[in-house]
Design a binder for this molecule. Structure first.
Ligand SMILES: Cc1cc2nc3c(=O)[nH]c(=O)nc-3n(C[C@H](O)[C@H](O)[C@H](O)COP(=O)(O)OP(=O)(O)OC[C@H]3O[C@@H](n4cnc5c(N)ncnc54)[C@H](O)[C@@H]3O)c2cc1C
Length: 370
């Protein structure tokens, strides 16, 4: 059995690792366009407990990650200069590059053949081709997947900074050009992720469309000068983008299957793109554990097990992204506490009762403020 995986991101590497460990006799190869030490972005964040599922399927990866993650027990919302802490909403974060490099090392030890610096323009011959090639997937572009993409109108840019933050924080800021929000959290002892987002009108009014990288960074540093506290923003292919809400009617076509961001995107405000990529990889490996070398049976089992979970999350992520699309109006309508409560309710899956159990101190404040 020859498995060719396109893309050495979290999805591709974890599936390669699990498949090779399960069947050491299978030929498992990963083809990646970039060199092994290149990656976009800075840190990735996982909600508390999101890594627990890794403990069973890749305990060595879980142990390596857990030892290196930055963790905190609360989330913070800052609006009109007031900070509101939401207890029970803990997260952990790690540099994306470290995550990828741990996975590469485990794959190497397991005997996965990894080829870097190889961009594929079409699916290669193999018994199974796994499209783990992210948002702009070439495998998805081959016949049979029927993808659907809807572009959100907000603009966002992903920076880093040497400023260390206490916890995952959303800072809302009004400016003469319009409203901005920064999503920021530390992911190593000396680095934090700093994502800046605004609506399309604000982006145009601020002239960000025509600014150079340095100009855009300087602008964001001015908007969030208080939070950055004299530290600058760091760029890493940091360009303003719109977020695509991507889904596929078919998850597999013949011997080709999609996993991770190639299969569907999940808005980063739900914070679980990497977790979902991992869960896809685990589910696909399990399907092969049951079906052996019967590729068609394994791909059908994978979709049967995963589709209902993914579709539920996709709709929650969609609702969350719509909350962000309207955040300037929400900033005008609510004070800090009201905005924090509205934010916690954004996915449509939260109730007061659940929130009271999850974040009792926060809900006591909400009750007092009502
Ligand atoms: C602004 C922003 C913030 C985010 N924040 C978080 C977060 O905090 N937490 C979180 O969990 N997730 C976050 N995500 C999402 C997360 O980055 C993705 O969901 C995750 O990386 C998906 O993993 P993947 O393996 O499917 O794809 P990717 O990580 O995109 O990996 C795909 C790989 O395929 C390679 N590739 C692509 N095309 C080809 C080709 N033709 N030939 C060879 N190789 C190819 C690419 O170089 C890449 O290495 C964020 C995303 C964005 C945009």
């Amino acid at each position: 059995m020859h498995i060719c995986i396109i893309g050495a991101g979290p999805a591709g590497l974890l599936f390669a690792l699990l498949a090779k460990r399960r069947r050491p006799g299978w030929r498992v190869e990963v083809r990646e366009q970039n060199p092994p030490d290149a990656t976009f972005g800075f840190g990735v964040v996982f909600s508390q407990g999101a890594l627990a599922f890794l403990e069973r399927d890749a305990p060595d990866l879980h142990a390596a990650l857990a030892a290196r993650m930055e963790s905190w027990p609360t989330q913070r919302i800052v609006h009109r200069g007031q900070a509101i802490d939401i207890d029970g909403n803990g997260f952990s974060a790690i540099a994306r590059l470290h995550l990828i490099q741990f996975l590469q090392a485990l794959c190497r030890d397991a005997g996965v053949a990894m080829r870097f610096g190889q961009r594929l323009d079409s699916p290669p011959p193999a018994d199974l081709v796994v499209g783990a090639d992210g948002l702009n997937s070439v495998v998805r572009g081959s016949a049979g997947f029927a993808p659907k993409v809807e572009w959100l109108s907000n603009r966002f840019v992903w920076y880093g900074t040497r400023r260390r933050f206490d916890c995952l924080t959303l800072t809302f800021r009004d400016t003469p050009q319009g409203a901005f929000v920064a999503h920021h959290y530390r992911y190593s002892p000396d680095m934090s992720t700093f994502i800046v987002e605004c609506d399309a009108h604000t982006w145009a009014r601020a002239g960000l469309e025509h600014m150079s990288d340095a100009g855009s960074r300087a602008f964001c540093e001015r908007v969030f000068a208080a939070e950055l506290d004299g530290r600058g923003l760091v760029s890493n292919h940091s360009i303003w983008r719109r977020f695509p809400l991507l889904s596929n009617e078919a998850w597999s076509a013949g011997n080709r299957v999609l996993i991770g961001d190639a299969l569907r995107s999940m808005h980063f405000s739900i914070g679980s793109g990497t977790r979902l990529a991992f869960e896809d990889a685990i589910a696909l490996d399990r399907a092969f554990g049951e079906a052996g070398e019967d590729v068609a049976a394994a791909l059908a089992a994978f979709e049967r097990a995963r589709r209902p979970v993914v579709e539920k999350l996709f709709s929650a992520a969609g609702a969350s992204s719509l909350w962000y699309e309207a955040f300037p109006a929400r900033m005008r309508r609510f004070d800090a506490l009201g905005l924090a409560y509205d934010y916690m309710m954004r996915s449509g899956r939260m109730s007061d009762e659940r929130l009271r159990a999850l974040a009792p101190a926060f809900m006591t404040q909400v009750k007092k403020g009502a």
